[in-house]
Ligand binder design. Structure first.
Ligand code: ADQ
Length: 483
């Protein structure tokens, strides 16, 4: 296969500078963790932001930042603090992100931020064009770079360009509220292939294209005068083997004994058969339904007081976009909720919610996944949700129960989980009770099916399918000359 140029807002690595010393750590987040293995194993170069603003990089360290990125087959693009503010914290995360997740009340339209979004998209496109060699496949990712496909096409009309959207695409009725809706659709249509996680997102996109731009749409193809664009769904998988192997190794090291984390979590726990740990992991984001989840857990404790001292919610929230006011408010709300509920139910022996606000090394993540009997994943909206898939992949003895929101894209492939509506506390409380009581054989039966499916449709397969479909678009010729 030809070389791939991957382009996303962030690189899969994060570079920080402390006292003139550079430090490189992996980035957290669905896109980075998912695509890393494709990048590692194939012939690709990855273009993205290093995580540092221009002001933060002293002139003498710039070559070293570039070198560190190059060592990982990456090209770092650097922006000023003003650009990051307008483009990333601004238009991307105060306009597109909330709107595409149906949080219209959080959506702001600011013409200045839109201008910065456009100019930053142009800068990314320019770096792609600088590095482009004939025959390359270009793979643009996500909602921060919606205009990049057409910007590349303007300079390289014959390039093979794929675009994948990692978040939902909203229904036409919601999308049409965007003041710059035509420019956004035209930007995306610069690609030869546009991918979404689910058929619904694909359908919403095609409906907007035909109703706003009036282009001809037939099945999953958009016809332009000189090109045909394919639109399809590719549900993203995980690096299944990595999670499975890490879990097996973890079990081997702990050899059936409690890990340090488990020991602490279990400390003071009553040894009843119904004594369980419930896991919750997400970036701290209002789309993830964290506040609802805590409230539903409170309702569960009220409805089923017999589980007091036996059930614990282990909640990990990764700091995210803390410059955006909505995220600061949410952080405060969650801090208060956890404090209130712990204050209300705690006994001298027990605290109902263990709350960690931080990122964790991979080994600890595996420890949590393998230690918790139940995973409670309740987003209000989520493009896919890889945490649900990672949890199942680490259950190497096939025990464990996944409770999953029907608003996550992952729901379509994970019907064997206990499916809930994140706004229905009664249903969530009952699902928790059902999970606690679920016989081992039933857990094994459900997870065996889920594991088989996730193993087959791994992130490698996802990337491979997308790239094969992109290669195939090279052969498509428009069947007619549209007016
Ligand atoms: P995210 O919103 O970031 O991704 P998700 O898909 O759940 O959500 O991925 C989160 C990733 O971060 C997981 O791989 C997880 O292992 C990792 N992670 C979570 N907590 C962590 C912690 N405390 N420490 C270290 N790592 C942690 C976006 C979309 C999703 C979509 C993905 C991929 O919002 O809907 O599934 O992209 O397309």
């Amino acid at each position: 296969m030809n070389r791939t140029i991957i382009i996303s807002n962030r690189l899969p690595l994060q570079i920080t500078i402390d006292d003139q010393k550079l430090d490189v750590t992996p980035s957290v987040g669905g896109l980075a963790t998912g695509l890393k293995s494709f990048h590692r194993d194939g012939d690709s170069v990855w273009i993205g932001w290093s995580g540092l603003t221009k002001e933060e990089i002293p002139d003498n360290l710039l070559p070293e930042v570039e070198k560190k990125a190059r060592e990982e087959a990456c090209i770092a693009v650097n922006f000023t603090a003003e650009e990051i503010d307008g483009f990333y914290y601004g238009f991307s995360n105060r306009s597109i992100w909330p709107l595409f997740h149906y949080f219209m009340e959080f959506t702001e339209w600011d013409a200045d931020k839109w201008e910065i979004y456009k100019s930053v998209n142009q800068k990314y496109a320019d770096v792609v064009i600088e590095n482009y060699r004939e025959g390359d496949n270009i793979w643009v990712h996500d909602y921060q770079l919606l205009l990049v496909p057409q910007m590349i096409r303007d300079k390289e009309p014959n390039a093979s360009i794929g675009f994948f959207n990692h978040i939902p695409f909203p229904s036409y009725e919601v999308f049409r509220t965007v003041p710059w809706r035509e420019e956004i659709l035209k930007g995306m249509l610069g690609a030869n292939l546009i991918g979404f996680h689910t058929f619904d997102y694909e359908r919403h996109f095609l409906s907007s294209v035909s109703r706003i731009l009036r282009h001809q749409v037939q099945f999953n193809e958009v016809s332009l005068p000189d090109r045909i664009i394919k639109v399809d769904s590719f549900p993203m998988g995980i690096d299944y083997d990595k999670f499975e192997q890490a879990a097996l190794k973890h079990r081997e090291v702990t050899a059936g004994k409690e890990s340090e984390l488990q020991r602490r979590l279990n400390h003071h726990r009553q040894k009843s058969p119904d004594s369980k740990l419930i896991l919750s992991i997400d970036r701290l984001d209002y789309t993830k339904g964290i506040a609802n989840r805590i409230r539903a857990f409170e309702y569960f404790l009220e409805k089923y007081p017999e589980y007091i001292e036996n059930i614990r919610l282990v909640m990990l929230a990764v700091p995210s976009r803390s410059n955006v006011p909505q995220y600061q408010l949410l952080k405060r709300e969650i801090d208060e909720l956890v404090g209130r509920i712990n204050g209300k139910f705690a006994t001298v022996n027990w605290i109902p919610i263990w709350y960690f606000y931080r990122s964790m090394p991979f080994e600890n993540l595996i420890d949590l996944y393998t230690s918790c009997n139940i995973a409670l994943i309740t987003p209000i909206r989520d493009g896919m949700n890889l945490v649900a898939k990672e949890y199942i992949a680490t259950r190497t003895d096939q025990t464990g129960v996944l409770i999953l929101s029907e608003m996550a894209g992952a729901f379509h492939e994970m019907n064997e989980a206990l499916i809930i509506n994140p706004n229905d506390f009664e249903q969530i409380a009952n699902a928790i009770q059902q999970a606690i009581k679920m016989p081992k054989e039933e857990q094994v039966r459900r997870n065996t099916i889920l594991q088989k499916r996730l193993k087959r449709y791994s992130v490698e397969k996802w990337a491979d399918d997308f790239m094969t479909a992109l290669e195939r678009t090279r052969e498509i010729k428009p069947a007619f000359k549209a007016k």
